[in-house]
Design a protein around this ligand. Structure first.
Ligand code: NAD
Length: 298
C-alpha cells in the first residue's frame, strides 16, 4: 500500500533510508536544514517539503534521523502539533534512553503515537537496505511500522516499551566498543611477544576469543581483507560515533547506579581517540592508538 511519509534528517543515514522508502513505492516528503542534503535526497525521489511542519502535515508516518536527542526533542516541539491526530512518529536517531522516553511522553500528550527505532548497520546498511532496527514502543505501533522498516532494513526487533530500542542499541554497542579494545590490546600484546597477527587471528578466530570485532572488523591489516584496517582505517563505523554511543551507555549506567567498569573505561578511551587521531577513522583504528601508547609505531 502506498503511504505518504515524512522524513526529517536526510544525512549520511537518513538520505539513503528515505531513498529506499521511495524505491518501495511510498511518497516521501523530506526536510533537512542543510540544503545540499535536501538536494541529494531530491535526486532519489524525495519531495522537498519546504519545512518540517509542512512535511508532517499530511503524513501517515513521520521518520526522523537526527544527530542527537536535543535535535529530536526540539523538532518534536515544533512539529507534533502540525501532524494529524494519531500520526505515528518513528525516531531512528541514536539518542539517550531518557530523551527517547521524553519524546514518547510528548508525542502521547498531544495524541500522537511513537516508536524509538535506532539502527545498526551503518551507511553501507542504509544504502543497501540491510539495517537492523531495534524498536521501543507499543506492539500495535511496531506492527504498523514493520512493513516500512522492512523497506529499509533486513531485521526489526521489538525490544519492549518506550526507550527499549535505544537501550538495546547502547548495550549492544557497549559490547562492541569493549570487545574492539580487547581485540586490539591482544594484537598489540601479541606483537610485543613476537606473534604474527595472522597466527593470533588463526587461533582466536576459532577459539574462545572469537567475536565480530575480530572476525568481521579485524583491527589489523591482513587476516580479514574487507576490514577497514586494510583501507587505511576509513569508516566503516566512525570512531566519533562509537564515542557517542559509549557516552550514552556511560550516562545511562551512572544514572542507574550500574557499575559498568569496562564500559566507562571504553568511553574514556574512545573519547580521547575520537578527539585526536581517530576523528575521521574507523573505530578499529584504536589499535594504532594502543600501539603508539605502548611505545610502538602507530
Ligand atoms: P548526519 O549528520 O549525516 O545527518 C543528520 C542530518 O540531520 C544532517 O543532514 C543535518 O543537516 C540534519 N538536521 C539536523 N538538525 C535538523 C533539523 N532540526 N531539521 C532537519 N534536519 C536536521 O548524521 P548520520 O550519520 O546520518 O547519523 C544520524 C543518526 O544516526 C545519529 O543519531 C547517529 O548516531 C545514528 N547512526 C549513525 C550511523 C552511521 O554510521 N552514520 C550508524 C548508526 C546510527
Amino acid at each position: 500500500m502506498t503511504t505518504t511519509l515524512a522524513f526529517i534528517g536526510l544525512g549520511h543515514m537518513g538520505g539513503p533510508m528515505a531513498a529506499n522508502l521511495v524505491r518501495a513505492g511510498h511518497r516521501v516528503r523530506g526536510h533537512d536544514t542543510a540544503s545540499e542534503q535536501l538536494a541529494a535526497a531530491a535526486t532519489a525521489g524525495v519531495e522537498p517539503a519546504g519545512s518540517a511542519a509542512r512535511a508532517v502535515a499530511d503524513a501517515d508516518a513521520v521518520f526522523t534521523m537526527l544527530p542527537a536527542g536535543r535535535h529530536v526533542l526540539d523538532l518534536y516541539q515544533d512539529v507534533l502539533a502540525a501532524a494529524r491526530p494519531g500520526t505515528l512518529f518513528v525516531d531512528c536517531s541514536t539518542i539517550a534512553v531518557a530523551d527517547a522516553r521524553t519524546a514518547h511522553d510528548r508525542a502521547a500528550a498531544v495524541g500522537m503515537r511513537m516508536l524509538d527505532a535506532p539502527v545498526s548497520g551503518g551507511v553501507v546498511g542504509a544504502e543497501a537496505g540491510t539495517l537492523t532496527f531495534m524498536a521501543g514502543g507499543g506492539p500495535d505501533e511496531f506492527a504498523e511500522a514493520e512493513p516500512l522498516l522492512a523497506a529499509m532494513g533486513r531485521k526489526s526487533v521489538h525490544c519492549g516499551g518506550p526507550g527499549a530500542g535505544q537501550a538495546a542499541k547502547i548495550c549492544n554497542n557497549m559490547i562492541l566498543g569493549i570487545s574492539m579494545i580487547a581485540v586490539s590490546e591482544a594484537f598489540v600484546l601479541g606483537e610485543s611477544l613476537g606473534l604474527t597477527p595472522q597466527a593470533l587471528y588463526d587461533v582466536a578466530a576459532t577459539s574462545s576469543g572469537q567475536c565480530w570485532a575480530l572476525t568481521t572488523n579485524c583491527p589489523v591489516p591482513g587476516p580479514v581483507p574487507t576490514s577497514p584496517a586494510n583501507h587505511d582505517y576509513r569508516p566503516g563505523f566512525a570512531a566519533p560515533l562509537m564515542a557517542k554511543d559509549l557516552r550514552l551507555a556511560a550516562d545511562a549506567a551512572r544514572s542507574g547506579g550500574v557499575r559498568t567498569e569496562l564500559g566507562l573505561r571504553a568511553a574514556e578511551l574512545y573519547q580521547a581517540y575520537a578527539q585526536g587521531a581517530g576523528a575521521e577513522a574507523d573505530f578499529s583504528g584504536i589499535v594504532r592508538d594502543i600501539r603508539q601508547r605502548s611505545g610502538g609505531q602507530a
